[in-house]
Design a protein around this ligand. Structure first.
Ligand code: FES
Length: 175
């Protein structure tokens, strides 16, 4: 197995683990307070937006899993890998580039997530896959769930957010 294949397998395992963690979090969190869950080391379930509020291609920014850990949620308008919603088109990612943590923004023209500092490019249609640039890894993807009212919740993170040794430590909980 070459280096690239190993990277891909590791990423798939991460996504799988995050998916399980996300589903588990949703079940465990029912009837519990987000605060208790975050402090116990389980990913919190935080409402990000409602389906009705989303406009295709217009990102919604939010903190998750703790205050200051910035992310963006976007409806890409077509079915994509890991997407949620009726069209499987809604995804969310950490807004911190995995190179040295600069801000990543959605480029309207290319539809890519591009870092403002050294122009690493990530594909939001491929689970945040690094396309080019100096970054060492893909962009962490936020696991999402949609309830029957159309409320979209962040329920987990696949990958380590830049600069952290643990996504859930050393920060203030999102209220
Ligand atoms: Fe994003 Fe350098 S911080 S490419």
């Amino acid at each position: 197995m070459d280096h690239q294949q190993k990277k891909e397998v590791t990423r798939r395992n991460l996504l799988k683990t995050a998916g399980i963690a996300g589903a588990g979090a949703a079940v465990l969190l029912m009837g519990l307070k987000d605060k208790a869950q975050a402090s116990s080391g389980t990913y919190p379930q935080i409402k990000v937006a409602n389906l009705k509020e989303l406009k295709t291609g217009k990102p919604v920014k939010f903190d998750y899993p703790l205050v200051g850990r910035k992310n963006m949620l976007v409806d890409l308008g077509c079915p994509v890998e890991g997407g949620v919603g009726a069209n499987k088109s809604i995804v969310a990612y950490s807004a911190f580039c995995t190179h040295i943590g600069c801000g990543v923004e959605l480029d309207k023209e290319s539809g890519m997530l591009i870092c403002e500092c050294h122009q690493s490019i990530y594909d939001p249609k491929q689970s945040g896959k690094l396309i080019e640039g100096p970054s060492p890894s893909n962009l962490p993807m936020i696991s999402l769930e949609v309830d029957k009212n159309g409320d979209i919740y962040a329920v987990g993170v696949a990958g380590l957010i830049y600069g952290l040794r643990n996504n859930l430590l050393d920060g203030e909980e999102v209220k």
